[in-house]
Unconditional design. Structure first.
Length: 158
């Protein structure tokens, strides 16, 4: 069943919906980018189970996370924000994007159960592929200035 679903397009559509509605920010696909910049990064992820299981995540630089959080909180550009606010916002972004993906998959007959989001920070964060899982990776630009990477790691359940 998963092989007939365009998860990359589903993920992109979900991100456009969430970030457009909640942060007033346009999302566009981008060329593959190297996100390992030696700067502070934010990784927010959320797991899911059902006919398929895996996780969805968003990785971006802290500057991108703060811009997204600022849009969600209707803050003025350049207004001071601490890292905890940005981390909270990115957890909510993962949660809402997963919700939008879930509703699209439910319309196709895949009912998923999702966890609560987890958020970590650090330098040069990456997500590795686990044996038996497939990966969908999508590099995006948010508001034409803020790079981010979306991913879904998944496998079919028996």
């Amino acid at each position: 069943m998963v092989g007939t679903i365009d998860l990359a397009q589903t993920l992109l559509d979900a991100a456009k919906e969430v970030l457009g509605t909640m942060a007033g920010m346009e999302v566009t696909p981008a060329c593959e980018q190297d996100h390992r910049t030696g700067t502070e990064m934010v990784l927010s992820s959320i797991t899911f189970t059902g006919p398929i299981e895996g996780c969805l995540g968003v990785i971006c630089q802290m500057a991108s996370a703060k811009a997204i959080a600022g849009g969600m909180l209707a803050m003025e550009p350049g207004q001071d924000m601490d890292q905890q606010e940005a981390k909270d916002a990115m957890g909510e972004v993962a949660n809402m994007v997963m919700g939008a993906v879930k509703s699209r998959l439910l319309a196709l007959g895949l009912d998923l159960t999702v966890s609560i989001p987890a958020v970590v920070t650090g330098q040069d964060l990456e997500v590795g592929l686990v044996d038996g899982f497939e990966q969908v990776v999508l590099d995006i630009l948010i508001a034409q200035d803020y790079p981010a990477r979306l991913y879904i790691l998944h496998r079919q359940c028996e």
